[in-house]
Write a protein that binds this ligand. Sequence first.
Ligand SMILES: Cc1cc2nc3c(=O)[nH]c(=O)nc-3n(C[C@H](O)[C@H](O)[C@H](O)COP(=O)(O)OP(=O)(O)OC[C@H]3O[C@@H](n4cnc5c(N)ncnc54)[C@H](O)[C@@H]3O)c2cc1C
Ligand code: FES
Ligand code: FES
Length: 1255
Amino acid sequence: MEKTSALVFFVNGKKVSIDNPDPRVTLIQYLRRTLYLTGTKEACSQGACGACTVMVSYYNQHQKKIIHYSCNACMTLLCTLHGTAITTVEGVGSTRNGLHTIQNNLLKYHGLQCGFCTPGMVMTMYTMYRNNKMPEEDDFERALEGNLCRCTGYRSILEAFKSSCGRGKSCCMNTEKEEGIDINMADTNLRNINKDESQEVIFPNELQKESCSDIRNNKTSRVLVSCTGVSELKVMKQDENEIVFGSAVTFSEMEQFVLSLTSKDNEGTLVGALLEGIRWIAADQVRNVATIGGHVMSTGPHDLQTLLMTSGAILTFQSAGDKNPQVIKYSEDFFPNSFSSNSILISVRLPRNQKNEFIFFGKQPFRRGMDYAVVNAGLFVKIEEQSSRIKDMRFCVGNIESKPRYLENVTKKAVGSPFTEELLEDTGDVIVQELKNSRAKQLKYKITLACAFFFKFYKRLCELLQISEGGTFGLTPVHSTGAQFYDVPADDSSNIVWQPVPHVSSESITTGEAVYVDDIPEYKNELSLALVSSSRDHAKILSVDFSAALGSPGVEDFVDYRDVPGELEYGEFGPEAPLFADKEVTYFGQPIAGILARTREEARAAAKLVKVEYENLPAVFTIDDATEKENLFDFTNSTKQGNIEQGMTESEVTLEGVVETGAQEHLYMEPCSALICPKKEDKEIEIFVGTQDPSGLQKWVGQFLLIPCNRINIRVKRIGGAFGGKAIDIIPLTGITSVAAWKVNRPVRCIFQRDYDVRATGKRHGTKAFYKVGFSKDGTLNALSLEFYLNAGAIKGLSPMVLNQMMAGMASIYKIPHYSSTGHLCQTNIPSSTAMRGFGMPQAHFIIQSIMFDVSKHLNMPFNKLREMNTFREGDTDMYGKVLSDFNLVRCWEDCKTQSNFNTVEREVADFNRDNQWRKRGVAMSPCIFFFGYPPLSANYAGALVNVYKDGSVLISHGGIEMGQGLHTKMCQIAATALGIPLHQVHLCETSTHSVPHSMESGGSFVADLNGGAVKNACEKIKERLQVLKETMPNASWVELIKAALFSRINLSATGFYKSRDKGYDFRKQEEGGEYCMYHGYGAACTLTEIDVLTGEHQILKTDIVFDVGKSLNPAIDVGQIEGGFVQGCGMMTSEQVTVNPEAGLIEACGPINYKIPGIRNIPKDFKVTLLKEAAGGNKEVYSSKGIGEPPLLLAVSLHLALREAVLAARAANGLSGNYRLECPATPERIRMACAGPIVHKCHDVKEERKVIQV
Ligand SMILES: Cc1cc2nc3c(=O)[nH]c(=O)nc-3n(C[C@H](O)[C@H](O)[C@H](O)COP(=O)(O)OP(=O)(O)OC[C@H]3O[C@@H](n4cnc5c(N)ncnc54)[C@H](O)[C@@H]3O)c2cc1C
Ligand code: FES
Ligand code: FES
């Protein structure tokens, strides 16, 4: 490469040269905002989601070959890329020149929904294939550990990628002939599969001539030093005494090197411990760039720090001007910050275990794959050859405190002792004593993990030494598989509906061409807005000082409440929330003002300089706090049937209990975003925003700005996931940005940073229910009384509607003659809880199933039998007076029982639990009912516009929002079917309030019904107008017909309108003769799970689902909704816990880095979905289909029930009989502590100073 001081690299084969680059700029900023390569998405900016994955290639001078690796562009500084070639999704394939096989397969296997994660997925797989011609089963899951998807449930993605390799059916090697392409690809199995030669990434010759090791940056800026290219720091060597790593060696390089040293059996060796340690650090995208030097020198606690301490690693430092290196043993006394800034860690030397020496390492994450350790631990043991006694022992534990701890008293206890059960027992006590004064949260759990690690290592060592049998620990290894079953009517071009056609935008999505709000190119005079928000949970605002911020570089202006021309407050049921807080803040993150600057970095930096003075007020966070202080909103509602007192008195048995579920964060992948463009004339304003409710937003913006709705055009192309979180929570963002744009009369864009998005927007309601149930000894339910509380947050918002829906959900499955339920809303100082997939129904299903579980255990009666005998039947009248017809719940249940082979599996589980001490299994089924159609009649209508153009192409518009649920695909299918034309002639551009006014909010899983009805209606009008012509030209093609129609002056543009049913319902009146929904959707699931008794970790071995979607409009899309919904529900049931820090007053989660949504490793290993055959009862006006989207999430209750069964098996093995309450989410900590046993018993007296506070 030509010698230059510029920063030089290639992007998709094109050379980029930058003089004086800014060292702060990241790769993603440069790709998106300078090169306008917006395919690479920015979802978290934390390195934790993989949406920004790109491939970096460089020529390795030592190995004389090109190295390709994946990395997260959001974590990569541009200046470190000198001499590399970057491939982004745009470089892999395009709609103009052809899709890559990987992209094509994602499309074919329906492996995308909202599409925001898709380019990252493509790049991860692309890189894997560049490096690995014949991946093994596990390689796929491993590669995808760093890529999160909130929509699909991963199964379809995994299958698409498996099929892209030499082993799959439609593998590139098998398809190359068929596709007839010939590309000169050098070093990969991707040869010949790319349709377009110009798209193929060929490593630039120029980069093969020089080692590209150094970094380049602006000499006037702060210096950026990176060690990654310094060959002396890249050393990896070993001999019989030690393994040495230069400090700039990455984890991936370490792993490759250590793998080359492996022998068959690494158990108990340094090599084995290192491999275990490296394997579970983050994911490939991080391991490929993170270095051992950075790991050691940054504040952890990090995994390998514990291993370094255990193995007695030696660190070598070199300071500038100092001839002699400083050599230090890694110990508790090591403080990275104690070294001067001109001192560099050169290498890490790990002593190898010698004869009679053993070393072990283990890590327990909260979620398997891409997660930090809850606790990690290492054990070093040296044995006295003659006596076989312990000569030396080091047991180190990490992640309990800020640095790993060496437990000295364990050494004292063990040295000189033989290997006995007593020693094992006594050491457990020592570990508890050593750690019990720590101030860590989850302290009891963490100590049990430390004891468990010691226990496992000790047992393994005894096995290696042939002293005693070791035992089987950890979860059973299994690979993922899946199947889907549905009927597709015979192919008939007049029926595009009912066909599993791919998502209509799938080509744009897989190529990264699909446009989301932040992908819209910048206007020349555009400004960025950053919010100034409350840093208190509850406080009076005393003063706000903008002066420092206004003097900051790039800042042009600010906005606050004084700039709102119209109404300051908004709210679902009347004004209740201020757009900007002026006198008081009621939750952390509440907007106070906005700063406008030229770039978003400048705006964000300046917003931090605004000084707000507060006077603190008392805050409450939890339902318990709120009920104790009587902080309740003035809204309650109840459902009553029969006479509850009489019912209880008459019941043979009564039982009381409490059921609780936590909040859930939406964690849609696209952060909340808005771009507001005031026009030059007539007070018009154009708004690009990711909203679920364009029409509602239009009204609010009009009221804030005091302009009529006909001047405001809200435009939504698509949203990168919403799940209810972009319904009303998008109002403040859009309102504030609109006020700002109005003030400065320039385009203004605001994109939430992930941590703010997570902390300051509403979540699913946490719920607590107190119940009393009365039943007969044979299990017939007679009476149920429920008092339940929702954590509504700071503002009432949608909570009354959620409460109503929850109340109806609880009453919907089981026949209970005497019934009473009353719901209350707690006012707390967290963001206002809001709509989230299921809208109160998941909590309702969880509560009612938990009660049934308790009853079945109380009666010692089979759980299924109890539920079967109490379930409503066809023809029954439910508690809201609806006569149940086409009541497919029972069919779903029975089919699911058969498909899952429930009875056999239940027996196998019993056998398994008898034979296994440290793993237990549980299996359980759960049913679900969902209501389609909003209760108030006024909310059940939709409009559409259909235009046929001169060439016969058709453009449809409707009021629904595409947010990944495949709505637009279904709408295009409906239009094509109604008009009788091929699908490709129909296009849907965007949702806009100028095309279709006053739409309903997209929610309730009823969007396809409403808008589908409207689209169909518009198409039928056009078809009817064409009918006369068609009769005169029976053989004319569609295009000929359209030409003739225009000649005959037939109107080829039609609006459509649809309103469903004639009766609505008011839950507060519980009125006779009303209809609270149009129809029901039904489903049933069976889940088999396994828990690790010693750690509380679980895996889902198998899930079978049977779901009633009527006559599915698109079975592939509906299966995707079922899988994705179920997996999101699994998160709610197990790993997604929303907690608050009461001192700081904030929600602790700040993004995927510490809020654990399910990853690829957490889905059912065997995942089967069947759409109920011949399912009657669908919406006849919309091709007999039913809604989908939200209800499958409810089926994840089966996972929680199965976990309860497994926990009960573990408790029984520990001598504890009877039922046990397992809270939701069933985190590893809760599962572990519930399993009980001797280790938990040892921690009985440990005091936990810092509690986890769940909301
Ligand atoms: C998404 C994500 C997930 C993660 N998951 C895990 C996990 O599961 N387990 C785990 O243990 N860790 C995890 N990590 C942490 C990761 O291991 C560390 O971030 C990483 O080791 C830091 O390495 P780096 O090369 O990026 O360091 P840098 O960020 O480049 O450097 C860190 C610090 O060390 C200094 N430094 C670097 N090299 C030297 C040197 N040679 N001499 C002196 N000072 C030096 C730097 O100046 C800086 O102050 C995760 C990180 C991310 C982003
Ligand atoms: S955006 Fe880079 S990892 Fe999430
Ligand atoms: S499709 Fe993966 S996040 Fe939406």
